[in-house]
Design a protein around this ligand. Sequence first.
Ligand SMILES: [Zn+2]
Length: 131
Amino acid sequence: MTGTVIKVTKSFTFDAAHFLPNHKGKCAKMHGHTYKLEVTVVREDGKLMDSGSDEGMVIDFSDLKAIVKAEVIDKVDHNVLNEVFSFRTTAENMAAHIFDVLTDKLRPLGVKVAKIKLWETPDSCAEVDYE
Ligand SMILES: [Zn+2]
């Protein structure tokens, strides 16, 4: 390590419906959001691939896109989140779940999740990263 760490971020959007049981306000009723998901990843050593097709990259953007699409987007897009997840579907809980799912999938590639940012509305997001 020379003190620098290189990360890459890919953004996604999906539409989904949900409601929050026991919420004191209008979120207790079924409603929808266009969510924006930002996935930031880093190689285990903070450096770039030094050979092969991915030389000079953290991960090929198209590979990252395929993993996030298969593991997250395809499962939530145009779905009712309360039917997809057993936990309360707050942006915070979903961001934490996505962090864990993608961490497991990326580990074999020598890549880890640095940050998950999930925008529920254009001005409200939850983010998960390391302390
Ligand atoms: Zn909501």
